[in-house]
Structure formats: C-alpha cells, structure tokens
Design a protein around this ligand. Structure first.
Ligand code: 13P
Length: 257
C-alpha cells in the first residue's frame, strides 16, 4: 500500500490566534486541490490557536489538517496547566506531537512519559507524531541508530500493531533542529530506514503503513532530495512553516526540479 506523504508545520511557541488565522487563510488560498490530492498537509499551532484554526478550517471547508504540540497523560482531573487528548479530539485535531526533543529537554519528559502520552492520544483517536532522534554527541559517537531505536521501542511499549500502522514517527536529529544544519539525505535515510526495519521486526506489516518523517531545518531548497529517500514519507517542519510561501514550496517538493 502506498503511503500518503505528510508535511506538518510545527509552529512551536509562535503566532497568537489572530496571526494563526492570517497564516491559515494565506495557506488556504495558496494551496490548490492538486496539493491536497498529492499529500496530507497539517499545521500544529500552539493550544491557544487551535479553536480559531478549527473554526476557519470547518467554516471554509479547507482540506488542511491540524493538531497540537503536546498532550497530557491523563484524560482529566487536577493537572493544572495540562491539556488532555479528550479536549484536543473535541477540537477536531487529527495529530498530536509527542516527545518532541524540546519537551524532553525542557520539561523532563522521559521515555516512559512519552509512552503514556502516545497511549493517551491513541485512546481518543488522535494520531501521535512521535518524535525521536539523537543529539550531537551521540551522532559523533556513531550511536544514532541505537539511540533512536531505543527511544522508539520505549515509546511504543504495549502499543498494538494495528495502532502502530497508523502512527507517524518523526526522526528529528537534535543537532539539525533550528540550526540550519540539515541532515544529508543519506544520513536521514539511514535512521528512517532503521526505524521502519525495527517496526517490521516487532509489528510486521505495520511497517508498510507507518509514516516516517524527517525534521530538522527542512526547507524548500532541501526537501526534494530528502523526499527521494525511500523511507522518508514527509517532514516535520519548524521555522519554514511560519512563512506561508516557504511552507507551500516545501509542500510542493514534487514540483521542484
Ligand atoms: P526546524 O525546522 O526549525 O529546524 O525545527 C524542526 C522541528 O523541531 C520540528 O518539530
């Protein structure tokens, strides 16, 4: 079965809800039916923007998907500051990013917590975009595959193969995030291919369906080469997703020379 490519723009902590509306409107009138036929396109705004994005996408029947950048482990209760998968599902979210390296580094999210978040998302029909990837020291030591697969195994512990098939995994080497230093297509493919091979080992044919994205300084001028690799099914795009022209160009990688 052919996998549908996915380009997801992770806005991180940028754009208030008014700015979000402006960006989504610009995307909506720039993207054509051909774009939405060729791939899935998603924006991942801050929580405070999601209701506005939902209203616009539903009202104007835009084929754009959207999601959230994080999710609570619990469904409800005394968890000040948290947002649950139940709430995100109610807002029409398709995706939720889980285990982004910025959350792992700045909010003490360990593999076990990431696993619980994957399960919370799945309980409520959200598709986790599970982020994995090594830091610079690990890459310099040549341990990138072992490190990333250990994160993958831990995050997917106890997850059924049928759910794994519908997951999105984003390989985001930390040294390439926001640095302008993009992994070479061969480096990205090495780890993305290893991720798929591990999923085949543990979950069989789910490996044919699961989508593996690359993230880390993906831009219009490097996306086409990355997308030629056989195990890269799309991108998790940070900085370049805040500029509508750049993001549209990233999503149109198939038209690049
Ligand atoms: P940049 O594209 O800004 O490097 O960010 C990548 C990222 O972390 C997406 O989640």
């Amino acid at each position: 079965m052919a996998r549908i490519p996915l380009m997801a723009g992770n806005w991180k902590m940028n754009l208030n809800h008014i700015e979000a509306i402006a960006l989504v409107q610009k995307l909506a009138y720039t993207f054509k039916a051909d774009d939405f036929a060729a791939l899935e396109i998603a924006v991942i705004p801050p929580f405070t923007d999601i209701r506005s994005v939902q209203t616009l996408v539903d009202g104007d029947k835009i084929a754009l998907k959207y999601g959230a950048q994080d999710v609570a482990v619990a469904d409800k209760g005394a968890f000040t500051g948290e947002v649950s998968a139940l709430m995100l599902a109610k807002l029409g979210c398709t995706f939720v990013i889980v285990g982004h390296s910025e959350r792992r580094a700045n909010h003490g999210e360990d593999d076990q917590k990431v696993n619980l978040k994957v399960q919370a998302a799945l309980r409520h029909g959200l598709t986790p975009i599970l982020c994995v990837g090594e830091g610079l020291d690990t890459r310099q030591a040549g341990e990138q595959v072992a490190h990333t697969l250990a994160q993958l195994d831990a995050a997917l512990a106890g997850v059924a193969s049928a759910d794994v098939a519908n997951l999105v995994i984003a390989y985001e080497p930390i040294w390439a995030i926001g640095t302008g230093e993009v992994a070479t297509p061969a480096d990205a493919q090495e780890v993305c291919g290893a991720i798929r091979a591990r999923i085949r080992e543990v979950h069989g044919s789910a490996a044919d369906q699961v989508r593996v994205l690359y993230g880390g300084s993906m831009k219009a001028d490097n996306v086409a080469a990355l997308m030629k690799e056989q195990d890269i099914d799309g991108g998790l795009v940070g900085g370049a997703s805040l500029d509508p022209d750049e993001f549209v160009s990233v999503c149109r990688y198939r038209l690049h020379p």
